[in-house]
Design a protein around this ligand. Structure first.
Ligand code: HEC
Ligand code: HEC
Ligand code: HEC
Ligand code: HEC
Ligand code: HEC
Length: 493
């Protein structure tokens, strides 16, 4: 008997009633469409994550439903006709199909071959599905409005080629399972609109950095001192540049005595802390264990010692690098960079102040916000400096367009994401970051504090100064900043 005839006969045999027919139709069409989609993905014809959602989630599901319906239909047929399975077999399949041959009956062979095909298909489909769901594009775009902010910041970060799952899921079966269970919950919360806006941070179920960051970054890597130069501008009518220059001491070990920022993650060192808030900002105590086995305990005298600790945690990369990928810049950073790069002309009166106002516009939705950003500068100059407005309108429009792009990337009214919602812990803005632990009230029993001197973490060469290395020059007692200049003066470089 020819294979195709045998298969056709088999299909006819199993699809005796409506249930069986639907089952066969579902399984066969899901199978064929899946194969077609694979070809389309493979050739790059289709790249959209929504279509991926259909081809990698819906089709395999339909296929399974179809397979389940087939025996259900068979069972129903038995009930309806009152015949035994053997009788039905004889009735549905030609005599020679049921009769045992050299390698089992023809029917048995057909079933075996089809089962093999099914199993192979399921393996292919599930590996493809897992692989697809691991891609950053899926995570970033499948549930658009929720992940769009993270997706946008991710695409312009140093980790734009690192898949979301490499930081968010980590390695091992348990990590995978945890993330899939969590993912199911996310699908439910998405469907019923239950998720929080903005998505709260810190992410409490993030895998330990040991399993993620440290797969690519080596804690003991030598980074040396890093020279950081910031240029900021004043808001005056004629804007002026101000320079801040720091030499950050990054290394875990710098010589035998002095240690730098990465000391917290050095070999044999462990820093644990307890916070009384879910944001890990109000740190009640911190404990450092040293390579020689000794432990030092510091208590925050600003916080009630009896207050219940909500979270106890071992410090890792993410306590400082919480914005390793989703970098939400501040408006000042954006405008200062554009002024410095010449994208915004410094000779426009009050340009910094007005550019900041444009970015900080408040609007109920993204489109309205974008319109307001685009209108702000032309409107300001038209009203206050008409001559400039008429002469440089195109330039003002170009600047506005650049500002709109930045606004579009960082501000998401539908997710309640405004400036400053996701601050970075890498420095010490607004009492957060390093100053959560490094302050005068974090004390040991004998009154020693966690170091907070301005030169523990960085040498300061200039601090909103007129020149890049101001504090290496002689102090001029007539200047406004002479006191701080005296205090921070660099003598040993
Ligand atoms: C290099 C590692 C890394 C990669 C790659 C990465 N993330 Fe993150 N993600 C983080 C860290 C670190 C946090 C902040 C955790 C914290 O503060 O507790 C975070 C936070 C988030 C949050 C919570 C909101 C926020 O901004 O704090 C979401 C949502 C998120 N990531 C989604 C994604 C998506 C989607 C992708 C891929 C397009 C992705 N992440 C890729 C490291 C990463
Ligand atoms: C799959 C590998 C991989 C993983 C996982 C990874 N990184 Fe990276 N990371 C890189 C690469 C590659 C670069 C360098 C990019 C470049 O030089 O442009 C980088 C750059 C960085 C930088 C310097 C650039 C910057 O944005 O400041 C920091 C800091 C950093 N990673 C921290 C982290 C942290 C924290 C984690 C865990 C949450 C992490 N990385 C996870 C590969 C990885
Ligand atoms: C105590 C806070 C802290 C911890 C913990 C920490 N870092 Fe850093 N790290 C810093 C600071 C501060 C810098 C310098 C920041 C800068 O370049 O702007 C830095 C710099 C880096 C850089 C180099 C960035 C560059 O631009 O060259 C990498 C890569 C990095 N860290 C990775 C890690 C990894 C991986 C871990 C965890 C194993 C980690 N860090 C733990 C604070 C920390
Ligand atoms: C969770 C609390 C915590 C946070 C947050 C934290 N540190 Fe620390 N840090 C400590 C403790 C505890 C020590 C050890 C103090 C000691 O040895 O007495 C320490 C030590 C250091 C040292 C070594 C100082 C010395 O004694 O020479 C440096 C440098 C440092 N931290 C920099 C930073 C920087 C930079 C940040 C922010 C990016 C930061 N730390 C954030 C708890 C913290
Ligand atoms: C525990 C470590 C630590 C201590 C103590 C510390 N800083 Fe910093 N500081 C940092 C880190 C980390 C950054 C971020 C550098 C970067 O931009 O990547 C920073 C950034 C800065 C900046 C640049 C920020 C900007 O807006 O451009 C200034 C200025 C500064 N610190 C001044 C000080 C002064 C003044 C003190 C003393 C009151 C001090 N710091 C104490 C770690 C520290």
């Amino acid at each position: 008997m020819k294979i195709s005839r045998r298969y056709l006969q088999f299909i006819q045999g199993v699809s005796q009633n409506m249930i069986g027919k639907i089952g066969v139709a579902l399984a066969t069409s899901a199978f064929l469409v899946f194969l077609l989609m694979e070809v389309a993905w493979f050739t790059g014809l289709v790249t959209n994550a929504y279509i991926g959602l259909i081809s990698y989630l819906a089709l395999p599901m339909l296929f399974i439903v179809g397979l389940i319906l087939i025996p259900l239909g068979w069972k129903r047929q038995q009930q309806l006709t009152g015949k035994s399975g053997a009788d039905l077999l004889k009735e549905q399949f030609e005599e020679d199909g049921v009769k045992a041959g050299f390698a089992g009956s023809g029917l048995f062979q057909t079933i075996a071959i089809l089962t093999l095909v099914n199993v192979l298909f399921m393996v292919l489909a599930s590996t493809q599905t897992l692989h697809f769901m691991d891609q950053a594009k899926f995570c970033g775009t499948a549930c658009h409005s929720v992940m769009n902010p993270e997706w946008q910041t991710y695409q312009v970060s140093s980790h734009a080629n690192v898949n979301c799952v490499e930081c968010h899921v980590g390695e091992g079966a348990k990590a995978l399972l945890d993330s899939k269970v969590n993912g199911l919950w996310q699908m439910v919360s998405l469907s019923f609109n239950l998720y929080e806006r903005p998505i709260p941070t810190p992410v409490h179920q993030l895998r330990p950095a040991r399993e993620t960051c440290e797969k690519c970054h080596w804690p003991a890597k030598h980074y040396g001192d890093e020279l950081i130069k910031h240029v900021s501008f004043t808001n005056a009518e004629v804007t002026q540049p101000l320079y801040t220059t720091l030499a950050l001491k990054i290394d875990a070990e710098l010589g035998s005595e002095q240690v730098g920022v990465h000391w917290h993650i050095a070999e044999g060192v462990q820093v644990r802390y307890g916070s009384v808030d879910p944001d890990r900002k109000k740190i009640q105590w911190v404990e450092a264990s040293y390579p020689d086995g000794s432990v030092k305990h510091y208590q925050n005298t600003r916080i009630d010692a009896e207050a219940p600790v909500l979270e106890e945690r071992e410090m890792d990369c993410v306590d400082c690098h919480n914005r390793a990928t989703h970098v939400y810049q501040e408006p000042e950073t954006i405008v200062d960079r554009m002024l410095q790069e010449g994208l915004i002309a410094t000779d426009l009166p009050y340009i910094r102040r007005e550019a900041l106002d444009a970015l900080r516009t408040s609007a109920p939705d993204k489109n309205r916000g974008l319109q307001q950003v685009a209108r702000h500068l032309p409107a300001f100059y038209q009203k206050n400096y008409p001559a400039i407005y008429f002469k440089r309108l195109t330039e003002l429009q170009n600047i506005s367009e650049l500002l709109s792009t930045e606004y579009d990337r960082y501000i998401h009214p539908d997710m309640n994401i405004d400036w400053g919602v996701y601050p970075s812990n890498l420095g010490h803005k607004n009492d957060s970051g390093c100053f959560r632990c490094h302050h005068e009230d974090m004390q040991s029993v004998n009154g020693q504090t966690v170091a907070y001197d301005c030169t523990v973490c960085h040498d300061i060469f200039a601090y909103d100064s007129k020149s890049t290395f101001q504090f290496m020059t002689e102090v001029d007692t007539t200047e406004l900043e002479s006191a701080i200049h005296e205090y921070l003066k660099i003598t040993n470089y």
